[in-house]
Design a protein around this ligand. Structure first.
Ligand SMILES: *Cc1c(COP(=O)(O)O)cnc(C)c1O
Length: 221
């Protein structure tokens, strides 16, 4: 695959779904990838990247920020409250807000750093015990708290469907929830299912291995 192939597959998925071209964004998931692959994708002009660990992201991106001012960094992995300060400092978008304590901490840090971060609420659509994400039935309340009380810039919903299930019903559920909440963005779809996600309304897909090649070690979740 590679960047060009993924982008063209995305454009054709938009077309097949009857969606306007070039409307779905690509978050290139660079976690665990060797530097030379990341450099190659930067050289091709891509500027939106996703990482799932704060420390790894700091190591990789802090200096590159100066070199690439248009960089947009998304945190797509679980966030511990003790890592909120560096996360708010580094990332433009935090996709994994899934509980009140974390939301409060992000709001406090954003205020302290005088920074606005975009936030997605991560929903555990498969109700999996080991997976991050707010329960479906608790999500409306969390969205409400984040928006109205904490004044976070909540832009959308994010989900990772269970690995062994058809992702389509999960994407459909997330899309329905976002619509009900009046949230414009949907972060859903990975290397194995992004075309389905685009058909079901994704506004951004998070793609690692199809862009960069297989990861050496597993960095799931
Ligand atoms: C690793 C990861 C991805 C990308 O996975 P690929 O299958 O390599 O495309 C997307 N989203 C999240 C949350 C991830 O942790």
């Amino acid at each position: 695959m590679g960047l060009e192939d993924v982008l063209s597959a995305m454009r054709s998925a938009e077309g097949k779904a009857g969606r306007e071209g070039n409307t779905v964004g690509l978050v290139a998931v660079s976690k665990v990838q060797p530097e030379e692959r990341v450099e190659a994708v930067l050289a091709e002009g891509h500027r939106v990247f996703g990482e799932n660990r704060v420390q790894e992201a700091q190591d990789r991106w802090t200096k590159r920020r100066e070199q690439y001012p248009e960089l947009k960094l998304h945190l797509i992995g679980p966030l511990q409250t003790n890592k909120v300060r560096p996360a708010v400092a580094l990332f433009d978008v935090i996709e994994t807000v899934d509980r009140e304590k974390l939301a409060r901490k992000i709001a406090a840090e954003a205020a302290a750093q005088n920074k606005t971060v975009e936030v997605f609420i991560q929903v555990n659509t498969g109700d999996e015990a080991q997976k991050a994400g707010v329960a479906v039935e608790e999500s409306a309340e969390l969205i409400e708290l984040c928006r109205n009380e904490l004044k976070l810039n909540v832009v959308g919903l994010m989900a990772i469907p269970p690995i062994d299930e058809d992702p389509a019903p999960h994407f459909a559920l997330l899309a329905k929830m976002a619509k009900e909440a009046g949230l414009p963005k949907l972060s859903m779809g990975m290397s194995g299912d992004y075309e389905i996600a685009i058909a079901m309304g994704a506004t951004q897909v998070r793609i690692g291995s199809a862009v960069f090649g297989a990861r050496k070690q597993s960095a799931a979740g």
